[in-house]
Design a protein around this ligand. Structure first.
Ligand SMILES: [Zn+2]
Length: 253
């Protein structure tokens, strides 16, 4: 929406008309909610058309049309500049998904979900981001080569995972078949930063180990090294070289 349009927008300044009425009337007013949805959808579509959309959002792994629309909307709503941590990104994504779900259920007369975010909702948000990022990889020229070298396969949720040779190992399934992520996406950067914090700002090896318990980032070591080099906390607390303490004078012989 342009600033000039914003100043004239009745919906932005006053909210939907049904908000001014008594609460019991809200759920009956399904048509109005639909019109708000439509307005948001039209706005979203307008932004999508005006923006050069990347292959990422259009070549989503899942064939479900509704999910594709959600991804397109998320791409427009959740701008990378606004999220400094992975946790924040996933929580906001979960709230956006819940908001969409609540709008749908409100039309059918069900009460909106006001509880705290559940693990399932956070996981769903994470899966949506995985699919979105992996959609971009599939369009790249080197995908076939990467697929063959890492034995990539799609799991039940439509997420690309690494094959590997650890099927018989007595470890977690997520470690046997980690989620494949590229090293040129900001989501991967947020993930590395999150894992680095989780291992208390330890070194490359520890951070990489934490990442590989669930994810596999292409050329991960170099990528992690680059990100840790920029970590101001690590720089601040990094131990300096050992300084020999000043020595006292020799005794009198
Ligand atoms: Zn650090």
């Amino acid at each position: 929406m342009l600033p000039s349009e914003l100043s004239q927008s009745k919906l932005w300044w006053n909210g939907p008309d049904f908000l001014a009425r008594n609460d019991p009337e809200w759920s009956k007013d399904g048509e109005e909610i639909i019109s708000i949805n439509d307005e948001a959808r039209i706005q979203s579509e307008r932004e999508v058309k005006s923006k050069p959309t990347s292959g990422a959002s259009l070549s989503c792994a899942n064939d479900n049309v509704t999910e594709k629309q959600t991804l397109l909307s998320l791409e427009n709503i959740l701008l990378k500049e606004r999220y400094s941590t992975l946790c924040k990104l996933l929580r906001v994504t979960s709230y956006v998904l819940r908001f969409i779900a609540d709008l749908r259920t409100k039309v059918s007369g069900t009460e909106p979900n006001l509880s705290r975010l559940s693990l399932e909702e956070i996981t769903e948000a994470k899966h949506i981001w995985y699919k979105h990022i992996q959609g971009a990889i599939q369009t790249s020229k080197s995908f076939k080569q990467v697929q063959a070298s890492l034995g990539l396969f799609k799991d039940n949720c439509g997420i690309w995972k690494c094959g590997g040779r650890l099927s018989n190992a007595n470890i977690e399934l997520s470690a046997k078949h980690p989620v494949f992520l590229p090293n040129d996406h900001w989501f991967s950067t947020l993930l590395v930063e999150e894992c680095h914090r989780r291992v208390m700002h330890n070194g490359v090896r520890e951070t990489l180990c934490e990442i590989r318990s669930k994810h596999w980032i292409a050329k991960g070591r170099q990528f992690v090294k680059k990100i840790i080099a920029k970590c101001t906390t690590s720089k601040r607390y990094e131990g300096g070289t050992y300084q020999i303490p000043p020595q006292s004078s020799l005794p009198d012989f």
